[in-house]
Unconditional design. Structure first.
Lengths: 112, 113
């Protein structure tokens, strides 16, 4: 079966711009989570969605937002980009929240 | 505060030697702990979770609530075990959720021939 797909794989944006990242979960999975990975802070939880509802949110500013669609696909948006937002953004999906999470390959965002 | 600490950034051992990757956690309540692994150029994947008490690829981990630890062990390391290992704690509401994980910063295991 196809794994978690994240698009685009690489992205370069300028400070102040906004960006939207997409995540297609494994077919049948209804839970999607997002993480930010940086060399300094490691993997940090951003959001968790289940059946189009946000279940949990990490400690990130309001510039970071997300949503989940009825087909379980998810997007995250970062507005007013800052240099510090440069990171690898990982998406993970699972059947339901308590089951194994499968990770995508990530989107590498560079803010210049 | 909920926190996962992996004290070693890098652990280097020879093939056949025992391996122990340390993980300590801070959590108020009944935690659920996981080990994730990322092999070179591959995705992050679940290695094991404490509630299943399985042995995966020869690795085991026991939750010690008294010492708040969840160390990953393997008696005889293999070269193919070389990878980045992350300890993680299930946080947020909804017990057992793997959708809200608090990760340690990871330990890079290098197994030399």
């Amino acid at each position: 079966k196809a794994g978690v797909t994240q698009t685009p794989r690489y992205l370069i944006k300028t400070r102040g711009q906004q960006v939207t990242l997409s995540c297609s979960p494994i077919s049948g999975h209804r839970s999607v989570s997002w993480y930010q990975q940086t060399p300094g802070q490691g993997l940090q939880f951003l959001f968790e969605y289940f059946s189009e509802t946000q279940r949990n949110k990490g400690n990130f500013p309001g510039r970071f937002s997300g949503r989940q669609f009825s087909n379980s696909r998810s997007e995250m948006n970062v507005s007013t980009l800052e240099l510090g937002d440069s990171a690898l953004y990982l998406c993970a999906s699972s059947l339901v929240p308590s089951t194994e999470a499968f990770f995508g390959q990530g989107t590498r965002l560079t803010v210049v | 505060a909920q926190r996962v600490t992996q004290p070693e950034k890098l652990l280097s051992v020879f093939k056949g030697a025992p391996v122990e990757l340390k993980c300590n956690y801070s959590y108020s309540g009944s935690p659920e702990l996981f080990w994730y692994v990322q092999y070179s150029r591959q995705r992050l994947q679940l290695l094991l979770r404490h509630i299943s008490r399985e042995s995966i690829k020869g690795f085991t981990a026991d939750l010690n609530k008294g010492e708040t630890s969840f160390h990953l062990k393997k008696p005889f390391a293999q070269e193919e075990d070389s990878a980045m290992y992350y300890c993680a704690l299930s946080g947020g509401r909804g017990g057992g959720s793997q959708g809200n994980l608090i990760f340690g910063k990871g330990t890079k295991l290098s197994v030399k021939p």
